[in-house]
Design a protein around this ligand. Structure first.
Ligand SMILES: Nc1ncnc2c1ncn2[C@@H]1O[C@H](COP(=O)(O)OP(=O)(O)O)[C@@H](O)[C@H]1O
Ligand SMILES: [Mg+2]
Length: 265
């Protein structure tokens, strides 16, 4: 349902000095309802890849973006869509959740107001916000609708962001390190929630993470990024036990295991 073909992103020379060739000839596919993990160390180009394929990169200065991002049954190229088509794809096709849930909510509006603002943009698939909040396992939705983001915990804010993302009934949810700032118990319950929602709704998931455990927990396939390139791509069941690329082996060997001598405190 989403095919990224030869995506390339280069930022022009700016205040940081030289140009940055952040994404190099990246290709991967997300099947209908599939869950793909995009992994790699910090700075490897994961976020720029996701922002480029949804055309959310900062501009100006305009980065040079080339390649194709074919989306939906009609395989329309997102990179070449007109603004109104792109808006439609963002409203009902592709939703995005970010690493910092508190920062992605407006601190001056109650959660209920944020849902109402969003729903004036979206026409179809109106689901009551309280219903969406209960779908993301938040207790007492009516109380949460009256709350400001600052009155909720980080985990609750991330569940609210997921509920807001679900409001458009997306076919694909891009989650960019959505659990990095959360404690381990909250992280695991959010990951389980994302998997359940993907299964129940047949919604595809692009899970961006530097954590291979998250990929093992959640994804059917994995694309490994290093220095702007995808160095390995395949089914999790194949790649994890038998990585073919040196960089994937390095990432896998960096995962701590209980009982390893280095971890014994
Ligand atoms: N707006 C920008 N202008 C210039 N360089 C950028 C910009 N955004 C990201 N980069 C650079 O692109 C590279 C990839 O960044 P990013 O995709 O954020 O990495 P990741 O998400 O894998 O941690 C980094 O070297 C980063 O500094
Ligand atoms: Mg990132």
């Amino acid at each position: 349902m989403l095919s990224v073909r030869n995506l390339d992103v280069c930022f022009p020379p700016g205040y940081r000095g030289a140009e940055v060739h952040a994404v190099r000839n990246v290709s991967f596919d997300i099947p209908e309802g599939g869950r793909v993990g995009l992994v790699g160390e910090s700075g490897s180009g994961k976020t720029v890849t996701c922002l480029a394929l949804t055309r959310l990169l900062p501009d100006p200065p305009p980065p040079a973006v080339s390649g194709q991002v074919l989306f939906g049954a009609a395989q329309r190229d997102l990179l070449r869509m007109r603004d109104n088509e792109l808006l439609e794809a963002r409203r009902h096709g592709i939703a995005y959740i970010f690493q910092d849930p508190v920062a992605s909510l407006n601190p001056y509006m109650t959660i209920g107001t944020q849902f109402r603002k969003l729903q004036t943009l979206r026409t179809a698939h109106r689901v009551h916000p309280a219903e969406l909040l209960s779908q993301v396992s938040l207790p007492d939705p009516t109380q949460i609708l009256d709350a400001y983001p600052g009155e909720l915990s980080g985990g609750m804010c991330q569940r609210v962001c997921i509920a807001l993302a679900l409001a458009g009934n997306p076919r694909l949810l891009i989650a960019d390190e959505p659990t990095t700032d959360l404690d381990v118990v909250t992280r695991n319950s959010i990951l389980t929630l994302l998997r359940t929602l993907s299964e129940q709704r047949g919604m595809a998931l692009l899970m961006v993470t530097h954590d291979l455990g998250t990929v093992a927990h959640l994804c059917d396939s994995v694309a490994v990024m290093n220095a702007g390139e995808i160095v390995e791509h395949g089914q999790v069941q194949r790649v994890f036990p038998h990585p073919t690329h040196e960089y994937t082996r390095t990432l896998l060997s960096a995962v701590p295991r209980i009982g390893d001598a280095d971890n014994d405190a």
